[in-house]
Design a protein around this ligand. Sequence first.
Ligand code: NAD
Length: 316
Amino acid sequence: MAIVSVHPRPADEVMSPTTTSLASSQLIAVGECRSAIIETTASAAPESLETVTAAPRKNWVFDMFRLDGRVAVVTGGARGLGYAMADGLCAAGLSGIAILDLQSDLGEAACEQLHSEYGVCARFYRIDVRDEVAVQCAIDSVVQDLGKIDILILSAGVADLVHAEDYSAAKFKRVIDINLNGSFACAQAVGKHMIAAGRGGSIIFIGSMSGSIVNWPQPQSAYNASKAGVIHLMKSLAAEWAQYHIRCNAISPGYMETPLNTEFEETYFREWKARTPMSRLGQPEELTGCALWLASGASSFCTGTDVLIDGGYTVL
Ligand SMILES: NC(=O)c1ccc[n+]([C@@H]2O[C@H](COP(=O)([O-])OP(=O)(O)OC[C@H]3O[C@@H](n4cnc5c(N)ncnc54)[C@H](O)[C@@H]3O)[C@@H](O)[C@H]2O)c1
């Protein structure tokens, strides 16, 4: 009953309009998730090669963005930008999604929502990305529970506003540890799995426009430094892991309307909008198209790129 034939091809290798989808051959159905995986992919997977080759050519460009049969891990996916991207990837056909986050109540609710909406096999793992041992353990569990990992989105992150002269070493270090070191720990654990599996994959770092510019007027030196580090880490891993068909890219948002920022609504929103050419903050789902492009075969020749999505903030 389980479908366990895995092709030794990069998971996101671009498909021509007339080649068969990898979806049906890449599935590894496991444990209690088996029915969810099979159910999810049954409608999307072709019944035979003939069915596929006879399919109307007009859909080929949209098919490049499909994620049928793939498994994704999203850190910080319990809410905000991470959840919005997880939602979009599930809508594109994922068979499995793992949410890794500190907040159990939100993470479990997110998984329930994704499962009921899309039938995807969704699992929550409570971790602190600063704890490399817990991260490795969670990634091992994801591979065991969902069969493999094709896509990783690194959205766990924090920000705080402290004047540099008043920053305690512990507070500064906390931001670097979560945003930069935490991203490395998760990328390394998933990268090791992808290298061993030999199928490649796509890793999407969530940077920030703060990695390229200094936000003003609020003081956020640790955050800015952490995001500059994230973007350069992404480029370093893109170079190192290209030989394994692992693509690494970043999405760098400008000001977005998420729980991370709600406390600044009264103090800063007006100023932030005034400094943004589009005169508004972004909505979480406005990253989804880019995340889907980077996760899928539609971006198969793209690695080491940082995509700014900031309403024009950084052009000024
Ligand atoms: N919202 C923005 O304006 C904005 C702009 C640029 C970049 N970003 C980046 O996007 C990412 C997501 O931000 P968001 O706005 O969705 O924030 P958010 O606070 O809504 O979500 C962040 C998630 O990360 C989790 N998290 C925090 N610390 C963690 C840890 N140590 N271990 C595991 N999980 C942890 C939180 O529990 C939360 O669910 C962050 O990296 C952030 O820096 C956000």
